[in-house]
Design a protein around this ligand. Structure first.
Ligand SMILES: Cc1ncc(COP(=O)(O)O)c(C=O)c1O
Length: 437
């Protein structure tokens, strides 16, 4: 792509806001062979044509494209309802309101996630309680969830880390026993399943992200809430869109001063505008938001959904090639695929044995000498300064060792070339050899 004579917009980070939203490119003289890409999918004419067609519609938001995207998504993910939102964070915030969570309530949550999962709790003054992770899948450990339930616990927020689903059966059992809601943060998990059940179809709600990095993307931002609970369809629609609702027919007999705004003819209202086009009501005391998705995003999302199986197959193929290429390297572990799960490989998480390697030295050598740009997902949430300032702490030794001493995420997306895959395998092998593996 060329804009104003520049090759590859964003490759240097100068065309965007930077940090987490744009690129990890740094001007440090390293010759990159495999960069950590900020685009997780593949676009072609299908997306281009879909976007252009949607742009010519009469309405550009919440129209036929969103309706069709929701219907197709629900079908694909085996759920009764899918409701499009502006992104995964807003979707999870909406669900936090839907669950009527408030100050004094606790939610058990993984520390191994993007900050968004905790932020939506803080917005409603709910206390996050961190449960440790499993050392092989890096997903929340059901045994630690059980230990952390208190009378204040109202929900469990799980994240299917890297595209491999959590052990949902024991999690749902704990939830049932204590009457807790379960939110599945499916930001990494489009195309993943657990015992044949798709991500987002097991908990009370699933919330997906279509951010630029994700397995499918709706022009860089977007989200979807999935649920099997019929009674939540309307409240989700209301919280997503300004608390709008239809007038209760009883309320339509509306009097304003000497103006009588009711008009019933044979039990029917003859004027559509009476008393107004819509009513506004709270949802259990909660005031909503504008968390809507636009039509261009939804049209592109529909094209992406048709590609999902192909995109996941490519991710799996790429990931398994790396795993195969490094399987005999001492003290370096490729991704563990749990037999109950279909891994969607949003991330490729390499771990090193901290008794053999210093992880930072490993990552530094891989990057500086072999041009492979690894990054780290995720610092335990309770170590961020803003969270500590609130007095929120955590005790998750497995998650801490994982982040500070063991993990590296390698570039992983469906457009990796054979050369890039070979460069990664060779870089890992040579790094291990140099550092004593
Ligand atoms: C695990 C996880 N949860 C939530 C989010 C937030 O998604 P969004 O950017 O769509 O709000 C992300 C995005 O990076 C994520 O990785």
């Amino acid at each position: 792509m060329t804009i104003e004579g520049k090759e590859k917009v964003g490759a240097t980070g100068e065309d965007s806001e930077g940090g987490i939203t744009a690129s990890y490119a740094v001007d440090d003289g390293v010759q990159l062979k495999v960069a950590y890409s900020f685009f997780g999918s593949i676009y072609d004419d299908e997306e281009k044509n879909a976007a252009w067609e949607a742009m010519q519609q009469d309405s550009l938001t919440m129209g036929p494209q969103v309706a069709a995207f929701q219907e197709e998504y629900a079908k694909k993910f085996g759920v009764k309802h899918a409701l499009a939102v502006s992104n995964c964070t807003t979707g999870m915030h909406l669900c936090t309101q839907l669950f009527q969570l408030k100050e004094g309530d606790e939610v058990i949550i993984t520390p191994n996630t993007f900050i968004a999962t905790t932020l939506v709790l803080l917005k409603e003054k709910v206390t996050p309680v961190y449960a440790d992770i499993d050392p092989k899948t890096f997903n929340i450990d059901p045994a630690d969830i059980a230990r952390k339930v208190t009378p204040k616990t109202k929900a469990i927020y799980v994240v299917h880390y890297g595209g491999q689903m959590c052990d949902m059966d024991p999690i749902m059992e704990i939830a049932k026993k204590h009457g807790l809601y379960v939110l599945e943060d499916c930001a990494h998990a489009h195309g993943a399943n657990y015992k044949g059940r798709p991500a987002g179809s097991i908990g009370d709600v699933g919330v997906f992200s279509f951010h630029s990095l994700k397995n499918i993307t709706t022009c860089g931002e977007g989200g979807m809430i999935t649920t099997n609970r019929d009674e939540w369809e309307k409240p989700i629609e209301q919280l997503r869109c300004m608390n709008l609702t239809e007038y209760d027919p009883e309320q339509r007999d509306f009097t304003f001063g000497d103006i009588k705004m009711h008009k019933v003819v044979d039990g029917d209202y003859s004027d559509y505008w009476i008393p107004a086009h819509f009513d506004v009501a709270d949802v259990n005391g909660y005031w909503g938001n504008n968390y809507r998705m636009n039509e261009v995003q939804a049209a592109v999302g529909r094209a992406q959904l048709r590609k999902l199986d192909m995109l996941i197959e490519k991710r799996q193929k790429n990931a398994r090639y790396i795993s195969e290429g490094i399987k005999d390297v001492k003290g370096v572990n490729g991704v563990y695929e749990h037999p109950d799960c279909k891994h969607a490989y949003h991330l490729y998480t390499l771990t090193v044995d901290p008794e053999i390697y210093n992880r930072d030295e490993f990552l530094r050598t891989l990057y500086r000498e072999h041009g492979v740009q690894g990054i780290l997902h995720y610092q335990p949430t309770y170590h961020f300064s803003g969270i500590k300032k609130l007095g929120i702490t955590g005790h998750c030794p497995v998650a801490e060792e994982f982040f500070y001493r063991r993990e590296t995420n390698l570039p992983m997306h469906p457009r990796l070339t054979q050369q890039e895959l070979d460069d990664m395998v060779e870089g890992i092998r040579k790094t291990a050899e140099k550092l004593g593996g």
